[in-house]
Design a protein around this ligand. Structure first.
Ligand code: MN
Length: 318
């Protein structure tokens, strides 16, 4: 049983429809715009432009429409304008995209304002189709508005954990000497642990962490934690393209980040700028003048270079 997903242009989608027109079947699932069934392959085309090939003929059929790597190295290949996904990290088992996987991802680490958030989501194999149909895909292809809409659907369907590390706590542990890598590793481990506890006695076939550190560095960061999640853990970069559980986790992490940014924005009466650009320095200086240093500290990652840049801007205005 093989399962391959390709991302197709509008033109290619039309070609797929006419190519399989004589094998069309009716499928009323939300998000599905076309479905066909061959003796050994099911073809499902989604509104998002993703087409899924399932069955023993999946590789043969998928390779008519995009480049399919040999299944021994990777199970899902997204060809977005004919690009194959190049990842670093573990080589995933065959048909990984069709397995029951607990995935995790984080966000907010590069933003001066706002928290670091980590989410873990368990997608059992029988829910993979449904998660695609909800519109879950690589979050780099989705905007914030869409993610805010999809997130509650994911939470209603799958066991998950979301951790929001607020700025006061972040600044306190950062000042104790914790690196961002260590902070992230601890949060991922905790989120994974929470979901594993929720789904007990069921166990995921694999856990996939969107890789931010090599395996040995990750485990070195969390070596003094009480419980360390180790069983069946895989690491890969671009993991949100390799299993939909990581794509879903990425959306929930973003959702939590946006919610907290919203709360902080209201508390200072400014729409807080994301990222860490010069615009952020200007805004930080304005907050410093209007609300004082402590307030700015309570909504920012204080050790970022933006703090010193804002300090200089404030001093100039004095
Ligand atoms: Mn990531």
């Amino acid at each position: 049983m093989s399962n391959i997903v390709l991302q197709l242009s509008m033109e290619e989608q039309n070609k797929v429809r006419s190519y399989y027109a004589s094998s069309t079947i009716q499928r009323n699932a939300p998000g599905v715009i076309f479905a066909a069934k061959l003796p050994d392959t099911a073809i499902t085309l989604y509104k998002s432009g993703k087409v899924m090939f399932q069955g023993s003929g999946a590789t043969r059929e998928a390779s008519r429409w995009g480049e399919v790597k040999s299944p021994s190295t990777q199970s899902t290949i997204t060809t977005n304008s004919n690009k194959t996904v190049k990842t670093k990290g573990d080589i995933l088992p065959e048909n990984f995209a069709t397995m029951s996987v607990l995935g995790s991802d984080e966000t907010g680490t590069g933003d001066y304002f706002g928290p670091v958030t980590v989410a873990a989501v368990y997608v059992p194999k029988e829910k993979i189709d449904l998660i695609y149909e909800l519109g879950v895909k690589d979050s780099k292809m989705l905007n914030d508005q869409i993610m805010l809409k999809i997130a509650p659907d994911i939470m209603a369907v799958c066991p998950y954990s979301i951790l929001t590390l607020r700025n006061d706590r972040y600044n306190a542990i950062q000042a104790k000497g914790y690196s961002q890598g260590k902070i992230k590793a601890m949060l991922h481990n905790q989120a994974l642990k929470h979901v594993l506890t929720k789904i007990e006695p069921e166990k995921p076939e694999y856990i996939l962490i969107d890789q931010f550190a090599e395996r040995n560095i990750y485990y070195n960061h969390i070596k003094s934690e009480k419980e360390i999640v180790r069983e069946n853990v895989l690491f890969s970069t671009k993991a949100e393209q390799l299993h939909v559980s990581v794509a879903a986790a990425s959306i929930l992490a973003r959702y939590a980040f946006l919610k907290e940014m919203d709360r902080l924005s209201k508390s200072v009466g400014m729409n807080l700028q994301k990222g860490a650009s010069g615009k952020v320095d200007d805004m930080a200086a304005r907050i410093w003048i209007k609300h004082g240093e402590e307030t700015l500290k309570s909504i920012s990652k204080w050790h970022f270079a933006n703090t010193e840049k804002a300090r200089r801007l404030v001093n100039k205005k004095k």
